[in-house]
Design a protein around this ligand. Structure first.
Ligand code: NAD
Length: 502
């Protein structure tokens, strides 16, 4: 059995805990590798490596740090096929989608290549007589990222890309379910010129997460995962004096107004609901048609589009989506479909008994469509995170607007319409962090920022873009003057009054 090791001080390090997690091949259901699960001491070893690397890395000028990111980008692109194959083999998403996962991470690396500009401070000449004021953004020190299984390349790059370019050193604790790609990324960072200890990868479960959250040398923690754990990470990390941003689960709605272009809307909805087997925090698992006529037409079109979907092996170039990540997750998703039916939703397309010939033990679920879902149902209130689309019928615009607004999650939402006024009104009033107008998956580009509201995000600062730069740095402001010397008769008496600029 292959072991997946930690990556500390520039090299692979076997774990000493004697505890391992199983990494499955979701296509076949078999175990393909074991991943080490770190102890507190192993986390500490990585933190010590990062702390000693910080002393020199922070002194490397921003342009040189940017050159490392440029080279890293080149190396990731050169290794794209190998990385995407590895990612698909452990996650189960199809190869083209794995390349998208890597590419979206690279876009944040591209942003971080501009870090010299982003770190430029502000300067006021002559804030008072002979007084200048300037501010600068300085790195925090050792930082950490804890990431989910569903984007094993993109989310780590969101975090370490900006943090390291800004002069910090980093401990990445990736998901134990698909841990190989993060280790490869760390190797490529070293090859790109990052010194040893600048990026370390420690695998693990709650024990490793707790060691990160309580370690006195770790200054900031970025987390992405499910909401209960995001909340735990936020409260524990902040209680230990760390800066924390923690992003959680989602239940994104797609609102369809009667004037929407039905053909493109249905194609968009199907891609956003079933792509990556629905295992995306920006998937669209709820569609809200406004008015009975819209609902009936939409349902009919959805069914015929769903019938054309091809579910297959993650390496099958014809497949639109592959298996979910584990059997446990498959059981959970199927359990939610059972609950939805028990709660009174109408099961229009049932994917529960889907089986792929030759891969009967793979973790596949067919596309599932549920209609007449009601806001009081638990299957609507909770995240399912599988290839399941729920139709919640709304009588009018106000009812449709209130659904995502009142929902416990507030990650993303999309509205499909040709009516600019309605779209504008919707975007202004909906209580959700990221809004798409005829854009089904409104993940902002790398130079804007990503973050959900309500139980989708804990903390004040978003991921990537300038928000990311703010999260991974702190501001120092200098007020300076160079008084005339005593020879010139320039000394002043002490002042016991707060200085003002009157
Ligand atoms: P998860 O919460 O199970 O795991 C996330 C991380 O937390 C992993 O590194 C895991 O090892 C760690 N972890 C697991 N159990 C823990 C515990 N008890 N204590 C401390 N740490 C623990 O999430 P997942 O299943 O890997 O990912 C899917 C979830 O992530 C979904 O809810 C999805 O919506 C969410 N997600 C959110 C975003 C976003 O930006 N809002 C993006 C991607 C995924």
């Amino acid at each position: 059995m292959r072991d997946i090791d930690h990556f500390i001080s520039g090299g692979r390090v076997a774990g000493a805990s004697g505890r391992f997690g199983e990494v499955f091949d979701p296509n076949t259901g078999s175990v393909q590798a074991r991943v080490q699960l770190a102890t507190e001491q192993e986390v500490d070893r990585a933190v010590q490596a990062a702390q000693s690397a910080f002393a020199t890395w922070r002194e490397v000028n921003p342009q040189r740090r940017a050159r490392v990111m440029f080279e890293f980008k080149r190396l990731v692109e050169a290794n794209m096929n190998e990385l995407a194959e590895r990612l698909s083999a452990e996650h189960g998403k199809v190869i083209a989608d794995s390349k998208g996962d890597i590419q979206r991470g690279l876009e944040v690396i591209e942003f971080s290549c501009g870090i010299p500009h982003a770190l430029k401070g502000e300067y006021t000449v002559g804030a008072g007589p002979g007084i200048d004021v300037y501010s600068m953004r300085v790195p925090l020190g050792v930082c950490a990222g804890i990431t989910p299984f569903n984007f094993p390349a993109m989310i780590p790059m969101w975090m370490f890309g900006t943090a390291i370019a800004a002069g910090n050193t980093f401990i990445l604790k990736p998901s134990e379910r698909d841990p190989s790609v993060p280790v490869r990324l760390a190797e490529l960072m070293m090859e790109a010129g990052a010194p040893e200890g600048v990026l370390n990868v420690v695998h693990g479960d709650k024990a490793a997460v707790d060691a990160i959250l309580t370690h006195p040398l770790i200054r900031a923690v970025s987390f992405v995962g499910s909401s209960d754990i995001a909340h735990y990470v936020y409260s524990t990390g902040t209680a230990h004096g760390k800066r924390v941003q923690a992003f959680g689960g989602a239940k994104n709605h797609g609102i369809v107004l009667p004037d929407a272009d039905m053909e493109t809307t249905v194609r968009d909805l199907v891609g956003a609901a079933y792509g990556s087997a629905g295992e995306r925090c920006m998937a669209l698992p709820v569609v809200v048609p406004v008015g009975q006529r819209t609902a009936d037409e939409l349902r009919e079109r959805l069914v015929s589009e769903i019938e054309t979907l091809k579910v297959g092996h993650s390496t099958d170039p014809e497949a639109q989506y592959g298996p979910v990540v584990t059997q446990q997750h498959r059981d959970r998703v199927v359990g939610w479909i059972d609950t939805a039916v028990e709660e009174g939703s109408e099961l229009v397309v049932d994917g529960r008994n889907f089986s792929l010939q030759g891969s009967e033990k793979g973790f596949f679920i067919g596309p599932t469509l549920l209609d007449r879902v009601k806001p009081e149902m638990r299957s609507y209130q909770e995240e399912i995170f599988g290839p399941v689309l729920q139709i919640v019928r709304a009588a009018d615009f106000e009812e449709a607007l209130s659904l995502p607004t009142k929902h416990q999650y507030g990650n993303g939402v999309a509205i499909f319409t040709r009516d600019g006024r309605a779209a504008r009104d919707f975007a202004a009033r909906v209580e959700v962090g990221m809004v798409g107008i005829n854009v089904p998956i409104p993940v902002p580009v790398a130079y804007h920022s990503f973050g959900g509201w309500k139980r989708s995000g804990f903390g004040d600062i978003n991921q990537h873009g300038m928000e990311g730069v703010r999260f991974w740095t702190k501001t120092k402001t200098v007020t300076q003057r160079f008084p005339e010397t005593a020879l010139e008769g320039g000394h002043q008496d002490s002042s016991f009054v707060i200085p003002t600029m009157r």
